[in-house]
Design a protein around this ligand. Structure first.
Ligand SMILES: O=C(O)CCC(=O)C(=O)O
Ligand SMILES: [Fe+2]
Length: 349
């Protein structure tokens, strides 16, 4: 499981140094260099003044709560379609893990036992996935308007707000790597990003302490980058790439967006930028467990996965290679890459 090292910090950068119209070229360049350095060393950064206004974020969290407060039956009016192809709509607690485990097919008895065990821990998280309305391959699955008025409109507008900020971040990454500002943006029309609402319901402290439940196990993201908004609960932990097995608490920083490198950008940059393992564990403070049946508090988070267009050809940037460090990867389209990753995911454990 590894230990937690709270002394190691994830850098905090003021993104207005990049995006403000008053910023000089030198200031922008410095921010871009610092951003790339953070992505190179930790794979994670906090951005303050990222450009998403506080009222918009407050509305996003309030909307997420309105959604998850609906009854199970109402949320199930927008179910995540079965199978690995389409990631849209509502995933009820336990679905994602169970379907991963049941996908292997070659050890039915083992699969069943794992699934049963996971059902016992089924309250670990629920999620709702939203994409671009233009993405015909991944059609959105909406809760009916009468059930959750305004949800569809909010989701559509917020998706594009996140996209706008993401493109500024990708421009800064490009400049920090010494390539054309639009090097990544040109492959990200916004068609293929994914907005996820996450709710981690309260857990019984003793179940957690005895290791029967987890919130989200360690993983890396498949995206180019991920932007993550989290409430003040805490629990996100990030592996220190220089000390594998050591996880650092990504403590909530008020108003900041956590941004991390995904696997696709790691490949694009010839492993120069790190797609770091991260997980959601328990809120760290003892005072968040209260009462006789001590429970952890609930947690809400909102990741926005910034993904390249399906036909984007992801080829290692020459700027990230040298004679001593040639390209480690063949060119691959985002679509092929995604397929390769989901087939591996469905085979493993
Ligand atoms: O909830 C969080 O803070 C992290 C979520 C996450 O890592 C993911 O959805 O990939
Ligand atoms: Fe993640």
């Amino acid at each position: 499981m590894g230990s937690i090292d709270s002394n190691t910090t994830i850098p905090i950068l003021d993104f207005s140094l990049w995006s403000s119209p008053q910023s000089s070229t030198t200031t922008k360049q410095r921010l871009a260099t610092d951003l790339v350095a953070a992505f190179q060393h930790s794979g994670f950064v906090y951005l303050t003044n990222h450009g998403l206004a506080q009222p918009s974020l407050s509305t996003a969290f309030a909307t997420s709560k309105r959604l998850f407060d609906l009854t199970h039956e109402k949320k199930m009016l927008a179910p995540h379609p079965p199978g690995p192809e389409v990631h849209r709509g509502y995933s009820w607690p336990g679905l994602e893990k169970v379907s991963q485990h049941l996908g292997t097919g070659d050890d039915k008895d083992g699969d069943r036992k794992v699934a049963e065990r996971l059902r016992e821990v089924s309250d670990c998280k629920e999620s709702f996935e939203i994409g671009s309305e233009a993405n015909a391959a991944q059609p959105n699955v909406w809760v009916p308007e009468a059930t959750l008025p305004g949800f569809r409109e909010w989701g559509t507008v917020f998706y594009w707000e996140c996209y706008g900020v993401a493109m500024e971040i990708l421009k800064a990454v490009a400049v920090g790597l010494g390539v054309e500002e639009d090097e990544f943006v040109k492959y990200h029309s916004g068609l293929n990003c994914q907005l996820r609402l996450l709710h981690y319901p309260p857990l019984l402290a003793k179940d957690v302490e005895q290791g029967r439940v987890a919130r989200m196990p360690a993983h890396s993201d498949w995206s180019t980058i991920t932007m993550l908004f989290q409430d003040d609960c805490g629990g996100l932990e990030v592996e220190d790439p220089s000390a594998p097995g050591t996880f650092v608490a990504a403590t909530p920083v008020a108003g900041a967006c956590v941004v991390n490198v995904g696997d696709l950008l790691m490949r694009w940059s010839n492993d120069h930028l790190k797609s770091t393992l991260h997980r959601v564990s328990l809120p760290p403070l003892a005072d968040r467990f209260v009462g006789a049946q001590r429970m952890t508090r609930a947690r809400y988070s909102i990741p926005f996965f910034v993904s390249a267009d399906p036909d984007a050809l992801v080829d290692v940037l020459p700027a990230c290679t040298s004679e001593k460090n040639p390209a480690k990867y063949e060119p691959i389209t985002q679509l092929e890459y995604g397929r390769m990753r989901s087939s591996v995911q469905y085979q493993k454990d």
